[in-house]
Design a protein around this ligand. Structure first.
Ligand SMILES: C[S@@+](CC[C@H](N)C(=O)[O-])C[C@H]1O[C@@H](n2cnc3c(N)ncnc32)[C@H](O)[C@@H]1O
Length: 331
């Protein structure tokens, strides 16, 4: 999908990197350990420094079920597991424990399962979700430092460092979208997963919190605005660059590839193919860290990096020179 009928720029969500040509390998020793984390129960913590894009965990599901499954479906799936696996399953977090509204086996499934459907087209209630005994311990952060993708070929969930990490740092994904204000993010978390976040971004107070909320609110607005700028590519480029600067200030690597791809499309539109190539490369680099070099987003960006003229909007607006990515606005 390169464009839609309304002529808006197409989007690729959740892309993200390493430098081109860098071979990333899974660390030779276990790169994480599971331990108690303040105010969050258990969590995963890095045992060693991890470079941006490093795979630190690849895990196959204990079992999978449809999103709309029942408690008895879960009990049947558990019947095929070993005693140890069953025991471990029942030690996983249950976000519905106090309300008691959901039976325990199903409540644990709902608290801990990840989507792992082979096709993005599957209807939501039929989508496969899987239980991953280790990955279920990964906590949420509104400034996630981990990207994840379901690898269809390996039938495993793959987790990568979104940014360089130090030994001792907690490894966190995002359970919900993290571009709203703290209040909006927490309303979403409470609604969907039943807890209030204690991450660093949510712990901010006063001016720091106001600035973070403002930046995330602006990025959210720019996300929609950039794609409306088909007829004003210069303005679109300014907005995409502003979004990238704000993402960097918020330490949010997760959305970098999306805005780089927008910038690519704007350049391709006006036949600025030199800058288009530079943006496609940046989008590719950014997508490698969250979804990996073999993910669909990275493959698409790499193809446009090699041939920006292949984009269906290429050259459809009067020729002009926009601008390329800056070295200093990487997240
Ligand atoms: C999938 S589990 C993650 C692992 C869990 N901490 C454990 O001990 O097994 C999700 C639960 O972890 C806790 N949690 C995860 N991220 C959190 C955060 N940022 N702030 C507060 N609690 C969090 C919540 O209790 C949530 O229901």
């Amino acid at each position: 999908m390169d464009s839609n009928a309304s002529g808006l720029l197409s989007r690729r969500t959740h892309p993200p990197p390493s430098s081109p040509g860098t071979e990333l390998e899974a660390p030779k020793v276990l790169a994480y350990y599971v331990c108690g984390v303040k105010d969050k129960g258990k969590g995963l913590v890095a045992t060693q420094p991890l470079p941006k894009g490093a795979v630190f965990l690849e895990e196959k599901p204990l079992f999978t079920q449809n999103a709309g499954c029942t408690n008895s479906n879960i009990l049947s799936a558990l019947a095929n597991c070993t005693r140890d696996e069953q025991r471990e399953y029942f030690t996983l977090c249950n976000a519905y424990k106090t309300s008691g509204k959901v039976l325990p086996a199903l409540a644990i499934f709902q608290t801990n399962s990840f989507p792992c459907d082979d096709s993005p087209q599957t209807a939501p209630s039929k989508q496969r979700r899987g239980i991953f005994l280790t990955a279920s311990r990964i906590n949420h952060s509104c400034t996630p430092n981990v990207g994840r993708i379901w690898d269809v070929e390996k039938q495993a969930m793959v987790f990568r460092a979104l940014c360089p990490m130090q030994a001792g740092e907690e490894l966190c994904i995002n359970y919900v979208d993290v571009l709203g204000t703290r209040q909006e993010r927490n309303a979403d978390l409470m609604d969907r997963v039943g807890f209030e976040c204690v991450c660093e971004a949510c712990a901010l107070q006063g001016e720091g919190l106001a600035q973070s909320d403002q930046r995330r609110g602006t990025i959210w607005r720019l996300y929609d605005e950039v794609r409306m700028c088909l007829k004003e590519p210069t303005l679109g480029m300014r907005k995409a660059k502003l979004a990238l600067r704000l993402l960097q200030e918020e330490n949010l690597a997760l959305y970098e590839a999306t805005f780089c791809f927008d910038a690519f499309q704007l350049c391709a539109l006006v036949s600025d193919f030199s800058n288009a190539k530079a943006w496609a490369r940046r989008a590719w680099e950014a997508s490698c860290a969250s979804t990996g070099p073999d993910g669909p987003a990275a493959r698409t960006f790499k193809m446009y990096w090699a041939n920006p003229r292949a984009h269906r909007l290429a050259g459809t607006m009067p020729r002009m020179v926009l601008s390329g990515p800056n070295q200093d606005d990487r997240t």
